[in-house]
Design a protein around this ligand. Structure first.
Ligand SMILES: [Zn+2]
Ligand SMILES: [Zn+2]
Length: 312
């Protein structure tokens, strides 16, 4: 099953950024996984026509305004669109204060669950997806995220028959990952479960200095969405504010051996963001610039197929 990524905004800091503020959506098996939610997010979200009442999980990298101040207006838009399903929001401490003070004033008509994390965490959602929170190197408590598809191994009926395993509880135990003993013979799950293709992995750096810890955890990512706030000529500014340059993003991409590097979170100081792409390309060839309206589809086959479209 394919994974789709929709970019709502890809600029940094200023709400007047021509690239809008950070925010993108991963759609997988009918659920929406939203990463960061800058001001104006709800307008772009509506343009993608993804539906207002889908299972929804928001992940906020850190509490700098450009990454979370779009949550309240987004919840309001969902409410006006008669949402009934709950919304789950995850992020660093302080998030619930911002959201609940607003919810108390306005009735939304659906539930909002908020989970704050201080530390690194791995969560599973519906046994479909695993999301790792990796501490980023930034000026506030900030996370990078690794979104990974959970693939179930397929039960090989022919192998099970050849081994004489009857349908029923013994087969169910093997599917659950338990080893069984049949006629004094030990049978392991791997004897009857077929290995599937590599799960799809999407990595998002959030705001961070180049972080080689993230690179080591994000090995073989299909897509690395990495901040590239500055160009190398402004590297002092980048490190002063704990951000990355386009060159840094490319070097992390090289380290992770990602299939595609997507640049993200550009400073508004660059009239022409192509210079960031050109800079990154000197170190890593498979680079694209994210922009509002961009959609990337990744098919789960082997070899992977990437389809890149501009929806608006
Ligand atoms: Zn930012
Ligand atoms: Zn920041």
């Amino acid at each position: 099953m394919s994974v789709e990524i929709f970019f709502a905004g890809s600029g940094a800091a200023s709400p007047f950024s021509r690239n809008e503020l950070p925010g993108f959506i991963i759609r997988y098996k009918g659920s929406l996984y939203i990463f960061d939610c800058g001001e104006g997010f709800q307008k772009k979200f509506s343009r993608f026509k993804l539906g207002f009442n889908k299972p929804m999980y928001l992940f906020i990298s850190h509490l700098h305004g450009d990454h979370y101040l779009g949550i309240r207006p987004f919840l309001q838009t969902l409410s006006l669109s008669q949402r009934s399903l709950p919304v789950f929001i995850y992020g660093p401490p302080g998030l619930s204060e911002y959201i609940f003070s607003y919810i108390l004033k306005d009735k939304l008509g659906f539930r909002v669950y908020i989970k704050e994390f201080w530390e690194e965490k791995i969560i599973r959602i519906n046994n479909d997806v695993r999301i790792s929170f990796v501490r980023a190197v930034h000026t506030s408590t900030a996370f990078s995220f690794i979104w990974t598809q959970i693939k179930r191994k397929r039960f090989d009926v022919k192998k099970a028959e050849a081994l004489g395993i009857p349908p029923g509880p013994l087969r169910r135990k093997l599917v659950r990952g338990e080893t069984i003993v049949l006629n004094n013979r030990v049978i392991k799950p791997d004897d009857v479960l077929l290995d599937n293709l590599k799960p799809i992995k999407v990595v998002y750096s959030g705001d961070t200095m180049p972080n080689y810890r993230l690179a080591s955890k994000a090995r073989d990512a299909d897509i690395l969405i990495h901040e590239s706030t500055y160009s190398t000529e402004d590297y002092l500014k980048a490190y002063d504010t704990l951000h990355s340059t386009a060159k840094d993003a490319a070097q992390i991409a090289k380290k992770t051996k990602t299939s595609l590097l997507v640049l993200f979170h550009y400073s508004n100081r660059y009239e022409n963001i192509r210079i960031l792409e050109q800079e990154a390309k000197k170190y890593f060839s498979r680079v694209i610039l994210s922009k509002p309206g961009l959609k990337i589809t990744i098919s789960g086959g082997n070899p992977r197929l990437f389809v890149i479209e501009e929806l608006f």
